[in-house]
Design a protein around this ligand. Structure first.
Ligand code: ADP
Length: 534
């Protein structure tokens, strides 16, 4: 082996080492390609060279040149036209290369006598071409081609890596956009349960800024104040429940947020398993289920209220009618009269309850139909309601306070009577020791005010808004002792608001309550259509 040859081999190895180092450093692909081109020209004893890369459509563009005036590069185009789409280096032939070189030399006026060209192929894909030129007529040998092939390989790997990196980067950005635009909370956990990704929605849900959550252990961020599911993420992992792709774990409960507040949350965990079977990540998708839980509670309340309130009158009616079937009971006309009265009253109560339930469900469905809209004399209406209740109670006295010139109001008389009836019925129900119930009316230039006051048990301050919610009843012995569904005030407020008005309560526990209604004097007639409010 000659010394020259040894020296040549060492130089080649040094070049390849430099290139390999550059490829793993932060040097750009163009920088690496330039290095490769320079080394190729040097090793092949050429004077100049070119690298062209193919785009997705198969068109080539020059990305690196050596020893050539940049202004003339365009004239080298013929060299990269009609390049055969080869997949393997061995298959590559370019029979008209020598003629093309002659054309280029003529056009550019450069001294270009010999050329060697090789394709850059990675993963069976033609990525580009590398050319080395000589100004002397010494032809390139098969050895030269061999040497160039090793540089072409490196160039292909560098380009392929850069493309893969770019594709991965695009994919990562797409994933980021997807995660951040998702309305569901999403987190990506490492196998040791440290948080790797935490999207914006989850940051809001859990009250943890993503930057603070990332890197922490899952259990540090996802802290349940109450877990409704039997199996937690830790249990599931310990039992191997998430050991296969496609398995999921559903966990729900009350999550304690970072600031201490609580939110009802459901998280579905799914493993991401590598082909080798190794657990790569666990993806957790979280959803705020406060509304579902509320709906659930409401459903439970509904069932218990309705069953209780339906059962009582039915039991009473059944008791009376069974007694009436006995001949001896029928002999006493006063008793028969009393029992029939009782049956009628309980049947009315049932009808009333069913009406309230229907109204409440109509309201939920989007509207409460108005039957008849006309001028309503509220004083007449109040008088009628008071008359209805006076015979039913001995402990309470009912009085009206209305000015002589009290104006009428545009509205649905039946619905407004329902409102007053409910307020007066409550005033009596929640004044178990009796007392005075006053229905008052007052008119201001803009509104008509009605109030119903009692001297009953009163309502604690923190309940004074909630009593207008569906099914809400104040917890306590005084309320428990009284039959009710918690629908009356809910419907009252809905009816008043549908008239464009407001209602509220002022109350001192132990002293009594006053419920107020304010109805606008000028209801815009435009909002009434087909007898219902739109
Ligand atoms: P119900 O009387 O059927 O329970 P309401 O919706 O009419 O339903 O009233 C809701 C709750 O508000 C009642 O359960 C009661 O606790 C409270 N409440 C209503 N009116 C009065 C009142 N006049 N005095 C004291 N508490 C009242």
């Amino acid at each position: 082996m000659s010394l020259d040859f040894l020296d040549f081999r060492i130089r080649q190895r040094d070049h390849l080492l430099d290139i390999a180092r550059a490829m793993v450093s932060r040097l750009s692909v163009r920088g690496v390609l330039r290095m490769i081109l320079q080394a190729s020209v040097d090793m092949l004893a050429g004077e100049s060279g070119l690298i062209a890369l193919s785009d997705d459509g198969g068109d080539f563009g020059f990305v690196a040149s050596y020893g050539l005036p940049p202004a003339l590069l365009d004239s080298f185009r013929p060299l990269v036209e009609d390049i055969p789409a080869v997949r393997r280096l061995e298959d590559f032939v370019m029979p008209d290369l020598a003629e093309k070189l002659v054309t280029v030399a003529e056009v550019t006026g450069l001294l270009l006598r010999q050329v060697v060209a090789l394709p850059m192929i990675a993963e069976e894909q033609l990525l580009g071409m590398i050319f080395v030129f000589r100004s002397q007529s010494l032809r390139f040998s098969p050895d030269d081609r061999q040497i160039l092939a090793s540089f072409a390989d490196y160039a292909a790997i560098a380009v392929n890596n850069a493309r893969l990196y770019e594709a991965a980067e695009t994919e990562r950005r797409r994933l980021d956009a997807l995660l951040d635009s998702s309305a569901d909370g999403i987190m990506v956990l490492r196998p040791d349960l440290r948080i790797e990704r935490f999207n914006r929605a989850l940051a809001t849900l859990a009250g943890w800024p993503a930057a603070d959550a990332v890197g922490r252990h899952h259990d540090e961020v996802i802290q349940w104040s109450r877990l409704r599911s039997r199996v937690s993420l830790d249990d599931a992992l310990a039992q191997g429940l998430l050991a296969a792709q496609g398995r999921t774990l559903y966990v729900e409960g009350e999550l304690r947020r970072r600031n201490g507040s609580v939110v009802s949350l459901a998280i579905t965990y799914a493993p991401l398993i590598a082909r080798s079977g190794q657990l790569l990540n666990i993806i957790g998708t979280a959803r705020d289920i406060t509304r579902f839980r509320e709906a659930d509670t409401l459903k439970d309340t509904f069932i218990s209220v309705v069953s209780h309130e339906l059962k009582t009158p039915v039991a009473i009616i059944k008791g009376y009618s069974e007694t009436l079937r006995r001949p001896e009971a029928r002999r006493d006309p006063a008793m028969v009269e009393e029992m029939l009265g009782g049956i009628t009253q309980e049947a009315d109560r049932l009808a009333h309850l069913v009406d309230d339930l229907l109204d409440a469900s109509r309201l939920q469905a989007g509207g409460l139909p108005f039957r008849d809209v006309d001028d309503v004399d509220l004083r007449d209406l109040a008088e009628r309601v008071a008359e209805r209740y006076r015979p039913r109670t001995k402990k309470h006295s009912l009085s009206l306070e209305f000015p002589a010139d009290f104006p009428s109001v545009l509205g649905d008389a039946q619905r407004l009577e329902q409102v007053l009836d409910n307020l007066v019925s409550n005033a009596i129900k929640y004044s178990p020791r009796g007392g005075h119930v006053t229905i008052s009316g007052r008119a201001t230039p803009a509104e008509i005010l009605l109030s119903v006051s009692d001297e009953g048990v009163g309502i604690p301050l923190d309940e004074q808004e909630r009593i207008f919610d569906r099914f809400h009843r104040v917890e306590g012995p005084e309320t428990r002792a009284v039959a009710g569904t918690g629908l009356g005030l809910y419907l009252t407020r809905a009816i008043v608001e549908a008239h464009g008005g407001r209602c509220w309560v002022v109350s001192t526990p132990g002293r009594g309550s006053t419920f107020y209604l304010a109805l606008p004097r000028e209801t815009s007639l435009a909002i009434w259509r087909d007898g219902s409010l739109v």
